[in-house]
Design a protein around this ligand. Structure first.
Ligand SMILES: [Zn+2]
Length: 533
């Protein structure tokens, strides 16, 4: 057997530093430690934690006992112009931080040296050399971020290169070429990196791309083709403005595309299968809905809608997929849609574990019901749990757990004793469970919330199954179905095991539509939990 020696390509994550610059993102110390742990676990070589000394959370993060299997990196400025390294408090804090590596940021565009730093080109080079030397003396691995490298190179190639070379010659492990404004195009990145690696070996050159022309991933890969051997990016492309290069897209491309088979990265095949989960975990921490259309990991990334495709997919999945979805922990899905035929329905029934003969007469009947309800506004492609209930009911497999005899929602807007305008909502629900009539009332911050609380307050013997059910998302859309406007409500729920599902309700009345979706969510949970009839 011949051993193929693959070239090592390194991954550097800056979610905690550059990603933290995103509008509306505010990581706590706990978040930062959890994300760093997740990145180390995934196999990311370098995790940039932030700026020690610049804010209390980052100082605590660097002081914390982290025990992470990754090169934990501190970020900060080179020494200020006109000062010595020993007389710069910012640099001192950086050098003292408990980090494995230090990433300095320095100007490499002559225009910025003059205008922003207000110093000479030679003093900027001296600052780079002195800072790298000081960090090396502290035993740290050193990286130098060459800010605005590509714009700088276009303006003055020899000076941009001189900045990079100064760091490399002083012993920096990596020279990072930053497309700080994010406006450089892939062919330009490739051409410039090719020039750089004539002077600095490619296994010391890194690429740091921003996504302002939506080509940060393409720019990163172009740099690798030209010889760079470290890619910097963030989870889900988090970052200021349009974001940074998205490691969640870059990692599977490097792992699964033959063009990059000559490279080895720190992420194993096994860990690659956790990628979809890693992406969703970050969204959860940020309280953001995951991007359904995210490449590789999005819920829609391996979804097929049309009927002819569905039958081909059933025969041979690879015909309509560029990579196998399970490799990144995603799944194949064939949408039950208006265009879909019997093959789609059979595929979905099989996926949710309902065994049915392909010639079963109930299948075309179910298909008719689906089409009819979709015309009325139900969106089963988004509401997997409602689809499953519809299918199970058509096949006679959902017990009648309880009946809602009536409900009443009362909204009152008034002025309270303090003279403030307030809105109070009260919902009352009458439920029959077995032979018991149960009446519950609840106040909520709105009619749907009150109804949800009242409905789930007392379900008798089923209460224990739904106690830890949570509503995690609620989306409303007004649809024009031709004759009248109706409201479609999608509700996302989560249970104690972290499982998510979505249900749908449609009605001219928003409360009624919400009620249908709530009912489906509870019944779905009872079915999943195997609650007795
Ligand atoms: Zn950046």
């Amino acid at each position: 057997m011949r051993t193929v020696i693959r070239e090592r390509l390194y991954l550097f994550d800056t979610t905690l530093r550059d990603g933290a610059q995103t509008n509306g993102v505010d990581f706590t110390l706990h978040d930062k430690l959890a994300i760093a742990g997740m990145l180390a676990e995934l196999g990311i070589d370098y995790v940039e934690g932030g700026y020690p000394g610049a804010n209390p959370i980052d100082s605590e993060l660097f002081a914390a006992d982290r025990k992470l299997d990754t090169t934990f990196t501190a970020f900060g400025m080179t020494r200020r112009p006109g000062r010595s390294t020993s007389n710069d408090p910012g640099l001192a804090a950086l050098l003292e931080a408990r980090a494995d590596a230090i990433c300095f940021v320095a100007k490499s565009w002559d225009y910025h040296v003059h205008v922003a730093l207000e110093t000479t080109l030679e003093e900027n080079l001296a600052s780079i050399r002195d800072s790298v030397r000081a960090a090396k003396a502290k035993g740290r691995e050193v990286l130098l971020d060459c800010e605005h490298f590509f714009d700088g190179y276009k303006a003055n190639p020899s000076y941009a290169l001189a900045c990079a070379q100064a760091a490399y010659e002083e012993g920096a492990r990596w020279v990072v070429l930053c497309d700080t404004n994010g406006g450089t195009l892939p062919h330009e990145v490739e051409a410039i990196v090719r020039e750089v690696v004539k002077h600095i070996p490619g296994d010391h050159v890194a690429i740091h791309a921003h996504n302002d022309t939506e080509q940060a991933v393409a720019n990163s890969l172009a740099a690798v083709r030209a010889g760079a051997r470290q890619i910097q990016g963030t989870l889900n492309g988090l970052g200021e403005r349009c974001g940074n290069a998205n490691l969640i897209s870059i990692i599977p491309t490097l792992k699964l595309k033959p063009e990059f088979a000559a490279f080895e990265i720190g992420v194993s095949d096994e860990k690659l299968k956790s990628l979809a989960q890693v992406s969703r975990t970050l969204d959860e921490m940020l309280n953001r809905a995951p991007n359904r259309h995210a490449p590789y990991v999005g819920e829609s990334a391996f979804v097929t809608k049309a009927g002819i495709h569905a039958s081909a997919i059933l025969k041979e999945p690879a015909t309509y997929e560029h990579v196998p979805p399970a490799a990144i922990g995603n799944r194949r899905q064939v949408l039950v849609s208006e265009q879909g035929g019997r093959a789609n329905v059979l595929f979905e029934l099989d996926r949710i574990g309902i065994a049915v003969d392909k010639d079963d007469p109930r299948v075309p009947r179910l298909l008719d019901v689906i089409k009819e309800r979709q015309t009325a506004g139900y969106a089963y492609e988004a509401a997997d749990a409602s689809f499953e209930l519809l299918a199970r009911r058509a096949l006679g497999k959902v017990p009648n757990f309880f009946d809602v005899g009536k409900f009443d929602v009362h909204v009152e807007h008034r002025i309270n004793a303090k003279g403030e305008r307030i809105t109070v909502t009260l919902a009352v629900v009458k439920v029959r469970v077995g032979n018991d009539d149960l009446i519950s009332a609840a106040e909520g911050n709105g009619p749907v919330n009150a109804l949800d609380l009242a409905l789930r307050k007392d379900l008798g013997k089923y209460q224990k199954y739904i106690d830890r059910l949570k509503l995690t998302d609620y989306r409303v859309r007004i649809l024009n179905t031709g004759t009248e406007a109706v409201t479609r409500v999608l509700i996302e729920s989560e249970d104690e095991n972290g499982e998510h599902w979505t249900t749908v309700g449609v009605s001219p009345n928003i409360i009624d539509a919400s009620f249908q979706a709530l009912m489906d969510s509870i019944v779905y949970k009872l079915v999943k939990a195997g609650a007795p009839a």
